[in-house]
Design a protein. Structure first.
Lengths: 117, 474
């Protein structure tokens, strides 16, 4: 019985059911994405002209800013891999994420911000 | 293709999926799902030997390792940068050009620090924006002052400066491309001088640099002639491709904005019309285009080996579907999210040549390239007088051929471009083509004048990368 409960809880955790985060891709997650701004002014400027253009839209295919559930499998790859994907592009993600004035450190900071970690 | 009519959208989506499954089953196991595997094309190293980060365009086709990246946040800093930065100095907008306009081993300049509305005139409906403003941000900014750009392109990620510099356009017989509605420019020249130009002040610079390929200096501000904000009805309908091509000369007279996408190997086309209305709002629903596009890819993957099956499945899925409609302000409906990357060739032809050329393009693709699944786009654009405008002096019909970013696209040059050239086409400046200076000289009546202006503004070629040297013969 205990094992069954464990499996169910594990499945719920995997689905984000027990998390306090809004469900991935939900209207609430979308509102949250659209309300988040990096605290650093310069980073906020870079974000507004690049990442935000896709990571705050429902139809762009990009994981929403602050959507921790959507970011979990990406975060598991590690920041160096995410940085490589960002600079070179991957799938629907264009190279550089539209931020052509970004340094490697800027990209890393923006990844941390969007993944909310 | 928007889907305000949610029922119709779900129907279009689910029917196509059902048909795909039925088609695969009908193939009796002959189809081999997964025989085409998605493979991310290998990218260049993230850094070069000296530690400079790679820059790549949106599709990933072009790349370079700029030694300097400039993000000026004032016109004064643009001027200073132009005087001192490592050359070639190349401005980048959103990197949506497929041609090698941007790659530089010198300085990559983004105008992301020069954005926003500078001012407007309610009486004339003119508005001035800084050139780094993205088209997607111009829509709401103009709506707030009761104005709109009625000719927005399909994608709105581009910066205003980048869109103008490449002759970016929307569709509609009565609408010029974006640069056709530019009434004044501020340009920082390669020598570091600010020039304010329009049809009467430094008119030669205005005419040459309105579509300037980022080679006449860096445009810092643009004044646009806009229209009154309007509510429009957007309609997407699947029809027989042959009927649409036959009716095209009439369709362009019946709708404010109209275009269509031929769905290759299906005999079908998606027709998109936009017309002004006073009907109640009916906002667009979730995006359906991307899912339908990837269904067309799956259809290719599963049935591409047998075109009759591919056509049968597509017709079973899509023919006779209800039209999808949305009613809203134009800026919310004209542009679309395009999260599936691709490479593209687009030429602008004399309007009367567009449909004969399109029929040849479709027949050629269906005869030789069963791997193509991306829709082929046809649009209409009014003439203008910018010297390097592909629409200079002639009403034009455009044809755009796309290839999935993971797929080979050499057929653009081998099979498609010769058709466009035979019909006197002029290539979109941001899209793939093989033309050089001598070719452009025969296609553009004011070519020599534009080259003379460029040479006078930038005699040392500080803004020319190898691609632009071939374009200008400099």
């Amino acid at each position: 019985m205990g094992r069954v409960v464990l499996v169910i809880v594990g499945a719920m955790l995997a689905a984000g059911c027990l998390s306090s985060d809004p469900p991935s891709g939900s209207p609430e997650a979308l509102r949250r994405a659209q309300s988040m701004v990096p605290a650093d002014t310069r980073l906020a400027g870079l974000y507004a002209q690049s990442c935000k253009q896709c990571h705050t839209l429902a139809d762009s295919g990009a994981p929403l800013t602050g959507d921790r559930t959507a970011w979990t499998p990406r975060w598991a790859k590690g920041v160096p891999t995410l940085l490589q994907s960002t600079v070179n592009g991957l799938g629907g993600m264009p190279a550089g994420g539209q931020c052509f004035g970004c340094s490697a450190a800027d990209y890393e900071a923006l990844i941390h911000f969007m993944a909310d970690r | 293709m928007p889907a305000a009519d949610t029922g119709a959208a779900v129907s279009r989506r689910s029917v196509l999926k059902g048909a795909l499954l039925a088609g695969a089953a009908g193939a009796g196991g002959l189809a081999t799902p997964g025989c085409r595997r998605d493979v991310e094309p290998p990218g260049p190293p993230v850094q070069d030997a000296t530690g400079h980060l790679v820059w790549r365009n949106w599709s990933g086709l072009q790349h370079s390792y700029p030694v300097e990246r400039a993000s000026p946040d004032s016109e004064a800093r643009v001027v200073e940068m132009l005087k001192t930065a490592p050359v070639p100095i190349r401005p980048v907008g959103a990197g949506h050009s497929f041609t090698a306009l941007v790659p530089t081993a010198g300085t990559l300049v983004t105008l992301d620090g020069l954005t926003g509305l500078v001012g407007h005139d309610a009486a004339t409906r003119q508005a001035t924006f800084r050139a780094g403003t993205r088209l997607g941000d111009i829509g709401p900014a103009l709506a707030a002052i009761g104005q709109e750009m009625p000719n927005l392109p399909d994608i709105n990620k581009q910066s205003l400066g980048g869109a103008l510099g490449t002759g970016t356009h929307g569709t509609g017989q009565g609408f010029k491309a974006l640069h056709g509605d530019v009434v004044a420019l501020r340009i920082a020249t390669p020598k570091g001088v600010i020039v304010e130009c329009d049809a009467t002040r430094d008119a030669h610079i205005f005419h040459a640099a309105r579509v300037g390929l980022g080679a006449f200096g860096i445009v810092t501000q643009v004044t646009l002639q806009n229209a009154a904000l309007t509510r429009v009805r957007k309609r997407v309908e699947i029809r027989k491709a042959d009927d649409v091509m036959t009716e095209w000369p009439t369709l362009v007279t019946q709708h404010r904005n109209v275009e269509f996408f031929i769905l290759p190997f299906t005999g079908l086309a998606a027709v998109i019309t936009v017309d002004e209305t006073t009907e109640p709002l009916h906002p667009r629903g979730p995006d359906v285009d991307t899912e339908v596009l990837m269904d067309l890819k799956r259809l290719r993957d599963w049935t591409g080996f047998f075109p009759p099956l591919r056509r049968w499945v597509a017709q079973m899925a899509l023919a006779g579907q209800h039209a999808e409609e949305a009613i809203d302000e134009g800026w919310k409906l004209l542009s679309n999210e395009r999260p599936v990357r691709f490479n593209e060739m687009e030429y602008h032809l004399p309007f009367d040549a567009q449909m004969p050329a399109l029929r040849e393009v479709v027949a050629t693709i269906e005869r030789h390239r069963s791997d193509v699944f991306f829709p082929i786009e046809a649009r209409v654009i009014a003439p203008d007088d910018a010297w390097l405008s592909p629409f200079h002096g002639r009403a034009s019909g455009s044809i755009a051929v796309h290839a999935y970013y993971q797929d080979e696209h050499a057929f653009f040059f081998e099979l498609i471009e010769p058709i466009f050239r035979r019909y006197d086409g002029r290539p979109h400046w941001g899209k793939l083509n093989s033309l050089k200076a001598a070719d452009f000289a025969t296609l553009y009546p004011r070519w020599a004048d534009a080259c003379a202006v460029r040479a006078s503004l930038d005699p040392e070629g500080r803004m020319l990368n190898p691609y632009l040297r071939a374009v200008f013969g400099a």
